[in-house]
Design a protein around this ligand. Structure first.
Ligand SMILES: [Zn+2]
Length: 273
């Protein structure tokens, strides 16, 4: 697997991207090697992921029901931020259509969902509930584990334990290979590319290179009206070299996390040219 050139100061860029905000920023290579890790403590905290979990719900549904990009649902706007109407899985991911993912979750059932969350590094809630389908209801994951998941989405399903940098683990280790159909990974990638080009992750757009990304927002239980803002993604979308996970502890929504990711992507891609 190709490694990004040595000597890129991604750690500094990651620090600049977070600026003075509280949160974490993780950049991994395609075998889980740490290329940047800002705030190691926060990066290992298990937090509610919000809509980034929809990627797992979509994958679980496609795998269990053997469907792909031609599967359509209908969003009337109930429990969603708008009435999306007839919508396929790629657009549902790009638009983060909650109505779609609740329907997929209830079709699958809590037990099925939980299995997929566990195998992708999420900690399911103690009491099973269908809100997990949209990343709520007690589902948790750390920014570091979410970055590993982004690597797996980028590299064809290989979930690696992060290693190197300040981490204790110094060697790459495969945690598991997700046995998902290539078509499932393709739909997720397409949804994440559309999220960047015209969906909820558009703030991470970098001209000239296709990027894949997904945003999330989760309410903070300890601080009313404050949110965790998430972004996870990888670039270049067609031949990924890096995966990025951004968490902001005090976000108004998901745009700020996407903007921070954009700084990392643009710095990396500029140096790669
Ligand atoms: Zn919707």
């Amino acid at each position: 697997m190709a490694q990004p050139a040595v000597g890129l100061d991604l750690d500094r860029t990651a620090r600049e991207a977070l600026a003075s905000r509280r949160g974490a920023l993780v950049v991994l290579a395609m075998d889980g090697k740490v290329l940047a890790l800002v705030n190691e403590t926060i990066a290992q905290e298990k937090l509610p992921p919000g809509s980034v979990a929809k990627l797992v719900t979509a994958a679980a549904f496609m795998e269990e029901r053997n469907v792909g990009p031609d599967h359509f649902l209908f969003c009337r706007g109930k429990g969603c931020w708008r009435a999306h109407g007839r919508i396929d899985l790629v657009s549902a991911l790009a638009q983060s259509c909650s109505s779609t993912f609740y329907v997929l979750g209830s079709n699958l059932g809590e037990k099925n969902l939980e299995r997929y969350f566990e195998e992708t590094g999420f900690s399911p809630p103690e009491k099973k509930n269908l809100s997990s389908a949209c990343g709520e209801g007690g589902l948790r994951i750390s920014p570091l584990d979410l970055a590993s998941f982004a690597v797996a989405l980028a590299n064809g399903g290989h979930l690696f334990r992060p290693y190197g940098g300040k981490l204790k683990n110094k060697k790459p280790r495969l945690i598991r290979a997700l046995s998902w159909r290539p078509r499932t990974l393709e739909v997720l990638r397409a949804g994440m590319m559309l999220a960047i080009s015209e969906g909820t992750a558009h703030k991470a757009f970098v001209p000239g290179t296709a990027i894949a990304g997904k945003t999330g927002t989760a309410s903070r239980l300890d601080a009313p009206h404050r949110n965790y803002g998430w972004f996870l993604g990888f670039a270049p979308a067609s031949r990924p070299r890096i995966a990025v996970c951004v968490l902001l502890n005090d976000a108004t929504g998901y745009n700020e996390a996407s903007s921070a990711a954009r700084l990392v992507f643009s710095s990396f891609l500029k140096k790669e040219k």
